[in-house]
Design a protein around this ligand. Structure first.
Ligand code: TXE
Length: 480
C-alpha cells in the first residue's frame, strides 16, 4: 500500500513517530494509502528547514522566483490527468470536476502569483519639499499554511503561492482526509527547481500538526481555511502570540432569486451553486430565497433538475454527485436531514443515503436534497451543513429578502438573480457578505479580494491582499 511521506528540506521522509494513519477512499469506503501521523517534532524539522532556506529565497530577484513558480504551474498542467484522478480518489468528487475545477485552478493559482511576483510594487510619498517616505515590504519569514479537504490542491496552492511569491518560505499542512495531491505536488516542486526547504509539507492530524504550526514561535503568520470552530481555536492560540492571521471559515450563503431574473439561468446555476462538489464548497448557496410570484414555478423546475443529477462512481464521467469526504461527514449530513424533518421541513426530493452497486457499494453517497417549509431561525438554516442539502423559502419584498439573507451569523458569499440594474446595486450593498455574485456563481478573478465577514472569517486573500498579508510593511522616512 502506498505510504505518503512528509516533504522537509527537499527530502521525502517518514514521520519521527514512525506511525501512520489510514487514508480512506470515500467512494469505496476502503483504506488505499497511509499518511504520516506527524507531530511537533516533524513541524520543528520543517521550521528549521524553512528558516535555513529563507535568506536565499527571499533575497532572489523576483524574476527568479517567477521562473520557478511558472515552471511549477506548467508541470501541474502537464500532469492534470494524474492529479485529477488522485484528487477524485482522495476526496470523492467526480473526476471530471477535479480536472475542470481543482487541478485547473491549482495551476492558475501558481501561475497568477508567479507573475504577480514580478509586478508587486510599493508606495512612495513625497511630503512637499521636506521629506520622502517609502514603504519597504519584506516577506514576513516562515509562513504557516493550513488547508482543508473540500478543494484539496486548489486551496493548498491558493495559500502557499502568494507566500512563496513574496519570498516567504512555508510550512504547510493539507487536511489529513485528503493528503495525496499535496504529496504529489511536492514531486513537481523538485522538478521545477524549487530550492530545498522553501516549501515543507507536514502531513497529519489538525490538533497535532496544525496546532504545532499555530503554536510555533518562529512562524509569525498563519493562513487557514477550514471550519469556524477550528478557526476560533486557532485564534485563541495565535492571538496572544500576536501572529498575523488570515481565516477563511464557513458559510451559510443565501441565493436570492427575484421574479425579474432570467428564470432558466437562475435555475440551472442554482443547481450548480447548491450541489457542485456534493455541496462541499464554502461558497455554495445553501439557502435559496425566491420571490413569491415565481416560487411555485421555481421550486417545481429546481426539483425536476435536481432529480436528474446522477449520483455515482466519481470515476464515471456521467457522475455529477460523488461521495462525501468521510463516514463522519456522511453521518453529519444525514443528521442534519433528520434535524430538518424534526424542525418541520418537507423533503421535496432526496433525503437518503444512496448505495451504488459494484465497487462503490460501501461509499459515502447522499442524494441531493431539497427542503421547504423552514423559517430562517431554525438550526437547519443557521448551521453549515456542507453537503448536498438546500432549503428554499419564498419572500414577498426586497426588504424581506435582505432581512432573510442576513439572518445568519455567517457572511461569506451571496448570489443575487435580477435583471433590475439598480436593485442589483442596492441589494448588493445591503448584503452582509464578503462576495456577492449577480446573475452568476463562483466566477473568480484572482485579483479581487476574497474572504468573509462575521463568523466566516477575518482577512482577505486574492491578488495583492494575500501578498501583503505575507509581508511586513516598513516605512522609511528621509528628511530632505
Ligand atoms: O474542518 P477543520 P473539519 C466546515 C464544514 C465542515 C466543518 C468541519 O462545515 O463540516 O468545517 O470540518 C486542520 N489547529 N469546513 O473539522 O477541522 C485540519 O487538519 C490547526 C468549511 O474537517 O477546520 C485541516 O487541515 N489546524 C471549510 C484544516 O484544519 C487544525 C472547509 C481544516 O479542518 C486544528 C472545511 C487545530 N487545532 C470544513 N484542527 C471551508 N471554509 O471551505 C484541525 N485543523
Amino acid at each position: 500500500m502506498e505510504k505518503i511521506s512528509n516533504y522537509i528540506n527537499g527530502q521525502w521522509i517518514a514521520p519521527v513517530s514512525g506511525a501512520y494513519l489510514d487514508n480512506v477512499n470515500p467512494a469505496t469506503g476502503t483504506v488505499y494509502s497511509l499518511i504520516p501521523d506527524s507531530d511537533n517534532r516533524d513541524v520543528q524539522l520543517a521550521v528549521d528547514a524553512a528558516k535555513a532556506a529563507f535568506e536565499n529565497w527571499s533575497g532572489l530577484l523576483p524574476e527568479k522566483r517567477h521562473a520557478v513558480l511558472a515552471r511549477l504551474a506548467d508541470l501541474i498542467d502537464r500532469d492534470a490527468d494524474a492529479l485529477s484522478l488522485a484528487e477524485s480518489i482522495d476526496q470523492g468528487k467526480p473526476v471530471k470536476l477535479a480536472k475542470s475545477m481543482d487541478i485547473y485552478r491549482a495551476g492558475a493559482n501558481i501561475r497568477f502569483y508567479a507573475t504577480a511576483a514580478m509586478h508587486m510594487a510599493s508606495e512612495a510619498h513625497a511630503s512637499g519639499n521636506e521629506a520622502v517616505n517609502y514603504t519597504l515590504r519584506t516577506p514576513v519569514g516562515v509562513a504557516g499554511c493550513i488547508s482543508p479537504w473540500n478543494l484539496p490542491l486548489y486551496l493548498f496552492t491558493w495559500k502557499i503561492a502568494p507566500a512563496l511569491a513574496v519570498g516567504c518560505t512555508v510550512v504547510a499542512k493539507p487536511s489529513e482526509l485528503t493528503p495525496m495531491t499535496a504529496y504529489l505536488f511536492t514531486r513537481l516542486c523538485r522538478e521545477a527547481g524549487l530550492p530545498d526547504g522553501v516549501l515543507n509539507v507536514v502531513q497529519g492530524l489538525g490538533p497535532k500538526v496544525g496546532q504545532a504550526i499555530v503554536d510555533h514561535p518562529d512562524i509569525p503568520a498563519i493562513s487557514f481555511t477550514g471550519g469556524t470552530v477550528t478557526g476560533k481555536k486557532i485564534t485563541s492560540s495565535a492571538g496572544p502570540m500576536l501572529k498575523k492571521l488570515s481565516l477563511e471559515l464557513g458559510g451559510k450563503n443565501p441565493n436570492i432569486v427575484f421574479a425579474d431574473a432570467d428564470f432558466e439561468k437562475a435555475v440551472s446555476t442554482s443547481i450548480s451553486s447548491s450541489f457542485t462538489n456534493q455541496g462541499e464548497i464554502c461558497l455554495c448557496g445553501s439557502r435559496i430565497l425566491v420571490e413569491q410570484s415565481i416560487y411555485d414555478r421555481f421550486v417545481a423546475e429546481f426539483v425536476r433538475q435536481t432529480r436528474e443529477l446522477v449520483v455515482g462512481d466519481p470515476l464515471d464521467e456521467r457522475t455529477r454527485i460523488g461521495a462525501l469526504v468521510s463516514e463522519g461527514h456522511l453521518r453529519k449530513v444525514l443528521g442534519y436531514i433528520d434535524l430538518a424533518i424534526q424542525e418541520g421541513g418537507k423533503i421535496l426530493t432526496g433525503g437518503r443515503q444512496v448505495t451504488i452497486p459494484g465497487r462503490c457499494e460501501k461509499g459515502y453517497f447522499v442524494e441531493p436534497t431539497v427542503i421547504t417549509g423552514l423559517n430562517q431561525q431554525c438550526r437547519t438554516n443557521q448551521e453549515e451543513i456542507f453537503g448536498p442539502v438546500v432549503t428554499i423559502q419564498p419572500f414577498e419584498s426586497e426588504e424581506e429578502a435582505i432581512r432573510m439573507a442576513n439572518a445568519t451569523t455567517y457572511g461569506l458569499s451571496a448570489t443575487l438573480w435580477t435583471s433590475h440594474l439598480t436593485r442589483a446595486h442596492r441589494v448588493s450593498a445591503k448584503l452582509k457578505s464578503g462576495i456577492i455574485w449577480v446573475n452568476c456563481w463562483l466566477y473568480r478573478d484572482l485579483r479581487t479580494p476574497f474572504g468573509g465577514t462575521r463568523q466566516s472569517g477575518v482577512g482577505r486573500e486574492g491578488g495583492w491582499e494575500a501578498m501583503r498579508f505575507f509581508t511586513e510593511a516598513k516605512n522609511v522616512c528621509i528628511r530632505l
